[in-house]
Design a protein around this ligand. Structure first.
Ligand code: KG4
Ligand code: ZN
Length: 355
């Protein structure tokens, strides 16, 4: 970055599910090309707490956010070597997500904004995932971009004409991809969070069980993963009916994990490629927690190579929930002309969807 050019410091806060996170981004709002860098990123995970219950209990998550939010924010400022008085904007995730978790971050950010007069920017969590794919070299992105967002609560295909104009062209009609990973992990009696556990187990899979590819042959860009999860359940039921115990062998579990991962990857990649062709996209972007999945990343990288497309995907830490993506989304929104919102108009909104 060149000296003497007005840069703004954005402090971002994220508490939409079970990660308490804060980050500081320094960037130039005006200017032809995006110009920013991350000064800090702190993520306090609640995995060890939720492992005990095999999933997120919202009240427990909210209480942990309450304990963590102040130290995490202070740490993000310390790591950025800045004080609150150096911050120009406060950005906060105010939806979608678990309402009690969202409330903690949103109300904390509102209090901070009121006490300091630093303007407040509410950020959509999915928009955060969307922009996270462009955390590196945003100036080099070739549009149109077909963005695949796969998280615990969402599965979306988003057509991006540029950094300002985007539209959701496909969505899940029932379970999200990450939700399916978590539910199948539970069927296999794997610990929480299920996605990474399935992915680990899949490496030792040998036999590919032909699980269904839901909605693959439909002309739209929507997804459905609930039937796939049920197919896995029926398959397990059939296996255990032949034995005196409900316990599967390690190899049976690995085969199911690999075959399930193959089915999800197959549906996502094929539908994405169809959308790329229809809209003449030059780039595929992948983001969200499930974007941490190695099989999905490598499969998409290969498809992009074979079809002369660029492929952008965040590093693993930026796939699962973090506050860097919230800072980045606020940064792009400011560049796109968004203005801060009065604190009394900012509310946690668990049903805030992008379109
Ligand atoms: O984006 P994220 O951190 O939170 C939401 O916004 O929902 O996504 C969490 C989801 C969980 O369902 C988790 O199981 C899944 O991402 N996930 C993975 C992997 N790592 C996280 N799924 C498949 N493979 C992984 N390696
Ligand atoms: Zn997320």
């Amino acid at each position: 970055m060149k000296p003497n050019i007005p840069y703004s410091n954005i402090l971002a806060i994220e508490t939409s599910c079970d990660e308490t996170a804060a980050s500081v981004l320094r960037g130039k709002i005006k200017g032809q090309q995006p110009d920013f860098k991350f000064l800090s990123s702190v993520v306090k995970s609640q995995i060890n707490i939720h492992k005990k219950t095999g999933g997120v209990v919202p009240e427990v998550a909210a209480r942990a956010h309450m304990q963590n939010i102040l130290p995490v924010t202070e740490q993000a400022l310390r790591n950025a070597k800045l004080k609150l008085k150096n911050i120009d904007y406060i950005a906060v995730t105010s939806g979608p997500g678990l309402v009690v978790s969202l409330i903690v971050g949103t109300e904390f950010a509102k209090g901070l904004s009121l006490a300091t007069n630093i303007p407040l920017l509410p950020v959509n969590h999915m928009e955060g995932h969307l922009y996270s794919a462009f955390a590196k070299s945003p100036g080099k992105v070739q549009f149109p971009v077909l963005s695949i967002i796969v998280s615990g609560g969402h599965t979306m295909l988003v057509l991006m004409r540029d950094f300002k104009n985007y539209s959701v062209i496909g969505n899940t009609v029932d379970d999200a991809a990450g939700e399916a990973f978590d539910k199948v992990a539970r069927l296999l009696k794997l610990p929480y969070p299920g996605g990474p556990e399935i992915s680990k187990l899949a490496h030792t899979g040998k036999t590919d069980i032909k699980f269904p590819r839901p909605m693959l042959n439909e002309a739209n860009f929507n997804f459905s993963f609930s039937g796939l999860k049920t197919a896995v359940l029926y398959y397990i039921d059939k296996l255990v009916a032949k034995k005196s115990t409900r316990n599967l062998t390690k190899q049976q579990k690995a085969d199911i994990a690999m075959s399930f991962e193959n089915a999800v990857t197959d549906v996502l990649t094929k539908k994405a490629l169809r959308a790329v062709k229809k809209y003449k996209c030059k780039t595929i972007a992948l983001s969200g927690g499930v974007a941490a999945n190695k099989k999905l990343r490598s499969e998409l990288a290969l498809i992009c190579k074979n079809n002369h497309l660029s492929f952008v995907v965040p590093e693993i830490e930026l796939c699962t929930d973090n506050a860097q993506m919230i800072a980045l989304s606020a940064y792009f929104n400011l560049r796109n002309g968004q203005t801060p919102k009065p604190t009394n108009k900012v509310k946690a909104n668990p049903a805030w969807e992008i379109h």
